[in-house]
Design a protein around this ligand. Structure first.
Ligand code: GLU
Ligand code: ZN
Length: 312
């Protein structure tokens, strides 16, 4: 058959990442996010990177970054390449900021937390056209709408890989975003997009608490002239009493000595239906099973999911 050409589908390029903030050890919810982003990347033949989002020293816990990495390793969640630390990347954020300032897309804002509260929590653009006292601490804000010389629609649409179609209005649901804080630290919204671009991230699988900031981040990718990654938001783990698991409310740290059990529960939480006897095998066997049977559409497209018993 001289004309038979084997048509092999080129693999879709896939670079995923897990981007924990070291404000405490991993809890079950963050392990689930790590597991989902790992399995989704590896099931698509992709790379899985880890980025430490240590951008906010006042909220960091000494030793947490090391503990998180140790915990990932203990679960067999081995990342590709070197871990990137945002604390080492200030120059990249500053360079980005300067290019935004030079295009007049960023402006100083002297408003306080109370001012923001009196605007109903969504910044109304006040300092776009009111003078700011630059002798006092001020933050820098990025314009998200009505940008001179830049045609943008107020509404951003995207298809979340887990939560389905989304529409977010940047003027009424986001407002101009802080990119540098008044205390001098770079804002998460700036760093996360700069790093996702620099690292060539194609797929972001993360917790549903970040679904609401995805529209503004997508717009930011566009402003910076970068393509959009695909986003998928995994439901948050919520305790029976309705409290979400978070480092802030001191959710119990993951026990590395129960790694297989933790992975099994993670797979169950993610709707992957692991067989009962899988809970007793090694982490690498569980992950192999997870990769083989991984299906994104088995994950419930919910903002949160209740945990059964004692996973607090
Ligand atoms: N560092 C953020 C967090 O731990 C996650 C950022 C992201 O995945 O985009 O909440
Ligand atoms: Zn202001």
């Amino acid at each position: 058959m001289p004309f038979a050409i084997a048509i092999t589908k080129a693999p879709i390029p896939y670079i995923g990442r897990f981007a924990p903030s070291p404000s405490g050890p991993l809890h079950f919810g963050s392990l689930v996010t790590a597991l989902a982003s790992y399995l989704d990347a590896k099931a698509h033949g992709g790379q899985w990177l880890v980025r430490m989002e240590d951008l906010d020293p006042p909220r960091e816990q000494p030793g947490a970054a090391t503990a998180i990495l140790h915990c990932l390793e203990g679960h067999g969640l081995n990342w590709d390449g070197e871990v990137i630390y945002q604390s080492q990347r200030h120059q990249a954020y500053q360079d980005c900021l300067e290019s935004l300032v030079s295009r007049h897309w960023v402006y100083p804002c002297g408003c306080s937390r109370q001012d923001l509260a009196s605007m109903g929590g969504i910044y109304n653009g006040h300092c776009r056209n009111h003078p700011v006292n630059l002798a006092q601490p001020y933050s820098l804000r990025l314009k998200l709408y009505d940008i001179e010389g830049y045609a943008s629609a107020d509404e951003i649409h995207f298809h979340d890989l887990i939560q389905g179609p989304q529409a977010q209005n940047l003027r009424t649901q986001a407002g101009d975003q802080i990119v540098k804080r008044r205390d001098g630290f770079y804002a998460y919204q700036l760093a996360v997009v700069v790093d996702d671009i620099v690292q060539g991230i194609t797929h972001v699988i993360r917790g549903a608490d970040l679904l609401e900031v995805t529209g503004r981040q997508l717009f930011f990718f566009e402003l910076l002239g970068a393509g959009r990654p695909a986003f998928g938001h995994v439901p948050l783990a919520v305790q029976e009493n309705g409290q979400k698991l978070s480092k802030q409310n001191h959710a119990r740290a993951i026990d590395v000595n129960a790694a297989s059990r933790n992975l099994w529960r993670g797979l169950k939480f993610l709707g992957q239906n692991p067989p009962a006897d899988l809970a007793d095998v090694s982490t690498s066997e569980i992950l192999d099973w997870g990769l083989h049977y991984w299906h994104r559409n088995k994950i419930k497209g919910l903002s949160h999911l209740y945990l059964d018993n004692d996973w607090s």
